[in-house]
Ligand binder design. Structure first.
Ligand code: PLP
Length: 379
């Protein structure tokens, strides 16, 4: 028995999603490219699953391209956008708090001669539109901005960015990493005004190893992987039917229960923030406003890794920042320019629809014990 507060790192696969994968792998396991009935039935299923994901996203099925993960979607989107605009300029705008999948793609483009402007957040992780407007230039070919930050939960002004790009008259395409935003804040790609948008299965109770890229209808992106012509010729490779089936099931069910799930998580986030502020002296909320599933806090004077290990020994799992950092200080918390004790003590608590009041009781109890015991052992 443990209490899981690391849903921004990964989520438990829903039984319905796992069941859909089992059926796709052991029942209708044909190759969707095969011409006989067993193959064409699998192709028909993939078509239906694509429509399910499109339905949850609020776009056309032909705008959904399956990938292996959010990282692949981000890499592909960024590469495709600069390739499409290669004659129009070499300037990119992004934010300093993007996921490594975006930042590393931008760094690679810098090595290839692109200039990248990194928009800095304020001390609560907010990105100002004014900064973006000042950064846009006639040669800006790509703006890549996440919808929800994975460590702070802050919601970035993607919709407003789209309007600013249009007003500025620059040729920039807009990519949005919506890996933490999908089914956590209401949106459709059209409402956001984006050209490309990434999602990932394992953040929405589907398995790891499946993601998707939304590509706006009419955008002529070049293939990521060449071969047998799957995914409309843009990402070849035999479809991962088990994972796709599971993603479709998780997306469909997640969309059905989204309003109730968001209300549940928002209430838990608020209760957790209130109780932690009251019962753990010194604890501070880092980003008070944001998506309902992420609450970033800090315990100044405590090392977050030590707190994470202390809690883990008591069956409470949370993270000291993005799981992708592997012990390196988080660039997101660093970008907030916090005083060092606040930076060192930063923790991420992340909820899902499955988190309940007992989990919150255990978290509050364990953090309040950590505050007392670790202080004693440090002093
Ligand atoms: N983008 C964001 C905002 C994320 O939080 C993550 C995962 O942590 C990714 C991209 C990468 O997604 P995946 O793990 O599916 O590659």
């Amino acid at each position: 028995m443990f209490h899981y507060f690391d849903n921004a790192a990964t989520t438990q696969v829903r039984p319905e999603a796992a069941q859909a994968a089992v059926e796709a792998m052991t029942g209708e396991w044909g190759n969707p490219s095969s011409v006989y009935a067993f193959g064409s039935r699998a192709a028909g299923l993939v078509k239906g699953w694509r429509a399910d994901v499109a339905g949850a996203l609020g776009c056309l099925p032909e705008e959904v391209f399956f990938t292996s993960c959010g990282t692949e979607s981000d890499n592909w989107a960024i590469r495709a956008a600069v390739e499409l605009n290669r004659r129009k300029g070499k300037h990119i705008v992004t934010t300093a708090i993007e996921h490594a999948a975006v930042l590393e793609s931008c760094k690679e483009l810098e090595r290839q001669g692109y200039e990248v402007t990194y928009l800095a957040p304020d001390h609560q992780g907010r990105i100002s539109l004014q900064q973006l407007e000042e950064a846009l230039r006639p040669d800006t070919v790509l703006v890549t901005m996440m919808l929800v930050n994975n460590e702070l939960g802050t919601v970035l002004p993607v919709k407003e960015a789209s309007r600013s790009i249009k007003r500025s008259g620059c040729p920039a395409l807009l990519h949005c990493d919506a890996v933490q935003g999908f089914l956590k804040v209401p949106f459709t790609p059209k409402e956001l005004g984006v050209d490309l948008l990434s999602i990932s299965g394992h953040k929405i109770h589907a398995p790891k190893g499946i993601g998707a890229l939304y590509i706006k209808k009419g955008l002529k992106v070049s293939p990521l992987i060449r071969g047998g012509g799957q995914e409309s010729g843009l990402r070849s490779g035999t479809e991962a039917t088990g994972q796709i089936a599971a993603l479709a099931a998780a997306a469909r069910l997640g969309k059905e229960t989204m309003d109730a799930d968001l209300a549940h998580m928002a209430a838990l986030r608020e209760e957790t923030a209130r109780r932690l502020t009251e019962q753990v002296p010194g604890l501070k909320i880092l980003a008070p406003e944001g998506a309902p599933h992420i609450l970033a806090v800090t315990m100044p004077g405590y090392k977050s890794e030590v707190v994470v290990r202390y809690l883990s020994d008591r069956g409470v799992y949370l993270s000291s920042g993005s799981a992708c950092h592997k012990g390196k200080p988080s660039h997101v918390f660093a970008a907030l320019k916090l005083p060092k004790p606040e930076l060192d003590g930063a923790l991420r608590i992340s909820f899902s629809a499955d988190t309940d009041g007992e989990d919150v009781d255990a978290l509050v109890e364990a953090l309040s014990q950590a505050q007392k015991e670790l202080f004693t052992s440090l002093s």
